[in-house]
Design a binder for this molecule. Structure first.
Ligand SMILES: Cc1cc2nc3c(=O)[nH]c(=O)nc-3n(C[C@H](O)[C@H](O)[C@H](O)COP(=O)(O)OP(=O)(O)OC[C@H]3O[C@@H](n4cnc5c(N)ncnc54)[C@H](O)[C@@H]3O)c2cc1C
Length: 361
């Protein structure tokens, strides 16, 4: 598969076109800056308008399968300047004991605490509904805007750039690379990176490459006024052990999510009113303050590969996948970008559990 053709290996700066200006595309662009001529092509007017701009912006080391936890751990230092300690509190009803035990068994740095202590962290919990709780102190908010801003500055400081309002509509192999076609012009690339989020399978098809079976799963969220007039700023994120709702302070208010995973086509997602209402009801039953008003709501797509593990690697000569980040794409972005850049620039091997080769014959 791909790797450097002799003609390309003697060129100092390979031309890399990255399709998608979310966190996946921009973090890789920043990682490649100065070592490749990078252009990011983004269909929307601004980078980060889809999944990246709609996330809960949390770093939880003990979230995701073991491959993702490895990425989380390796990403922490790169995210450090953008992290602010928040904490995450898991609460378990009688039916959620196994789920809580599962979290505790697989986690480092998460400790079981009493329900009484959980109430100290998140005072509006309905203590009568929960029999156990666990707390991960190191979970943090990620300042996604600042992180994206830094990536943009790194790219601008090199010879790289982002072209917004630029949709890739065709991809065809050319001598030692690819022609990347947009409405206005054709970009010549040694290497194309598919960082198109929910649309990554569609982009692969433009290139005549077999899609991976990525599934965009919708997840919605609502902003509620601070419950009962509480100062929520220092509360942790609270979530049910079986992830049927979560609530997180957000600029003096609470962001509440039904934590749904509804498969949809790639799209500019919006919440399903019924799903949101049912999720808010699950949250309302878990707390002692009523839901009085929804200030605003939104939905985004968490896009998963069939094994729920992100995908990096060569899908064809000069065509590199960076997709399937699921619900972890912000918190895993530093290590994903580092691994991708090493593979693109130096032909380094990728961890087998991330390598797209696992889906190819
Ligand atoms: C409600 C919610 C909560 C989440 N919470 C967290 C969290 O707490 N922590 C965490 O780490 N992750 C979280 N995530 C997941 C995280 O947001 C994603 O994994 C991550 O943003 C994916 O980034 P991306 O760059 O792959 O995709 P995107 O941000 O969607 O970027 C892909 C870009 O590709 C562009 N594109 C597509 N096709 C084309 C084309 N043909 N031409 C040009 N451009 C194209 C799109 O316009 C888009 O901007 C959450 C997601 C949601 C929805």
């Amino acid at each position: 598969m791909r790797r450097f053709s002799p003609a390309r290996s003697i060129r100092l700066m390979p031309k890399v076109v990255i399709i998608g200006g979310g966190i996946a595309g921009l973090s890789l662009a920043a990682e490649l800056a100065g070592q490749a001529e990078v252009v990011v092509l983004e269909r929307e007017a601004h980078p980060g308008m889809h999944a990246t701009g709609r996330s809960a912006a949390l770093f939880v080391e003990n979230y995701g399968n073991s491959a993702i936890r490895t990425l989380n751990r390796a990403s922490r230092s790169g995210l450090q300047p953008y992290l602010k300690q928040r904490g995450v509190l898991f609460v378990a009803s009688a039916e959620e004991q196994d789920a809580l035990d599962g979290h505790l068994a697989e986690s480092a740095g998460m400790v079981e605490i009493s329900v009484q202590k959980a109430l100290g962290h998140f005072p509006i919990l309905n203590g009568a509904r929960f029999s156990r709780a666990a707390y991960e102190e190191d979970a943090s908010d990620i300042d996604v805007d600042a992180l994206m801003g830094q990536h943009r500055r790194s790219l601008r400081a090199s010879v790289g750039r982002i072209a917004t309002r630029t949709e890739v509509i065709a991809l065809s192999p050319s001598r030692n690379g690819w022609d990347v076609v947009t409405a206005d012009r054709t970009y010549r690339a040694d290497i194309v990176v598919n960082a198109a989020g929910a649309w990554a399978d569609e982009v692969a098809q433009l290139a005549g490459i077999t899609p991976l079976g990525l599934t965009p799963l919708r997840r919605s969220a609502a902003i509620l006024p601070a419950p009962g007039g509480h100062d929520v700023s220092r509360w942790p994120m609270a979530l049910s052990a079986s992830e049927t709702w979560y609530a997180k302070p957000e600029a003096g208010r609470l962001m509440v999510s039904p934590a749904e995973e509804d498969p949809v086509a790639p799209m500019d997602a919006w919440p399903d009113d019924m799903v949101l209402a049912e999720g808010l009801d699950r949250y309302a039953q878990a707390v002692t303050e009523p839901v009085t008003r929804v200030e605003r709501s939104w939905a985004g797509l968490r896009t998963f590969a069939p094994d729920r593990t992100p995908v990096l690697g060569w899908g064809a000569s000069g065509f590199f996948w960076c997709a399937g980040q699921g619900g972890y794409g912000v918190q895993t972005s530093p290590e994903m970008a580092r691994l991708a850049a090493q593979a693109i620039l130096h032909d380094s091997d990728l961890p087998a559990e991330l390598d797209v080769a696992r889906f190819l014959n």
